[in-house]
Write a protein that binds this ligand. Structure first.
Ligand SMILES: [Zn+2]
Length: 238
């Protein structure tokens, strides 16, 4: 059993949940049993925002895995990928998805299911304009030195327009600075994507890309990103 002692001379507020209501005041030096550890991390995003995130929603990356390059050797290696690391393409057909069929990696389906739920709640339709991006020679050239990291290359991103009450909201209308001008359904949908623990809305990127939604796959798991990309390249070459 883990124990802890109250430090401040003046005592310490006991709350019903993190940042919640005060229940009582614990005395200085009082011994407590730790029944659960809730961790927050102070973090900085790639675009420079600093703040706190709940530890349940981030996965720590061991330092050795942080490596921006997929080497030619890795690309050429006939490595034996575990089935879970394989890029496996599927067509996502959510009830609220229209436009081009979203061709994505199987592992991205749970995220798209959530996008579909948000769309339903907000009464919007998702008009997909692109999903998995072609790997051409130019892309491969870019992969060997610093990887492009785009979720589109491993089927973990979609580009979309939002359709609401028969009107299509495109890249220009969905701009972050324009959000407050949009109907509730559209702005709430974007808010749902922003609030999702995994999904990212491209409108929040340094270089705004408001039609883009991904699951931050590269930064969440660089080894898996490489494995998927490698697997995809192998499938294309097969
Ligand atoms: Zn995109």
């Amino acid at each position: 059993m883990k124990q802890a002692r109250v430090k401040p001379d003046s005592g310490l507020n006991l709350r019903d949940k993190p940042n919640g209501k005060k229940v009582t005041v614990l005395r200085h030096n009082q011994v407590l049993e730790i029944t659960d550890e809730v961790t927050f991390y102070r973090v900085r995003s790639k675009s420079g925002e600093i703040g706190y995130v709940h530890g349940n929603y981030v996965e720590q990356i061991p330092p050795t895995e942080i490596d921006d390059t997929l080497t030619g050797q890795e690309l050429g290696a006939q490595s034996l990928l575990a089935p879970s690391e394989m890029y496996k393409t599927t067509i996502f057909s959510g009830s609220e998805f229209i436009g081009e069929r979203a061709n994505v990696d199987c592992d991205f389906v749970p995220e798209l299911n959530r996008v579909n739920v948000y769309a339903k709640q907000c009464e919007v339709k998702i008009w997909v304009t692109s999903s998995t991006r072609n790997i051409n020679q130019q892309v491969l050239g870019a992969i060997v030195p610093p990887a492009t990291k785009s979720c589109h290359f491993v089927g973990h991103a979609i580009d979309m327009n939002v359709m609401y009450a028969g009107k299509l909201y495109n890249s220009k209308l969905l701009k972050k600075s324009n959000l407050s001008q949009l109907p509730d359904g559209v702005s709430t949908f974007i808010q749902c994507i922003q609030d999702d623990p995994v999904l990212r809305w491209g409108g929040d990127f340094n270089t705004e890309d408001p039609v883009h939604i991904d699951d931050n796959f590269y930064f969440r798991n660089q080894l898996m990103y490489k494995a998927k990309l490698l697997s995809r390249v192998q499938q294309l070459n097969a």
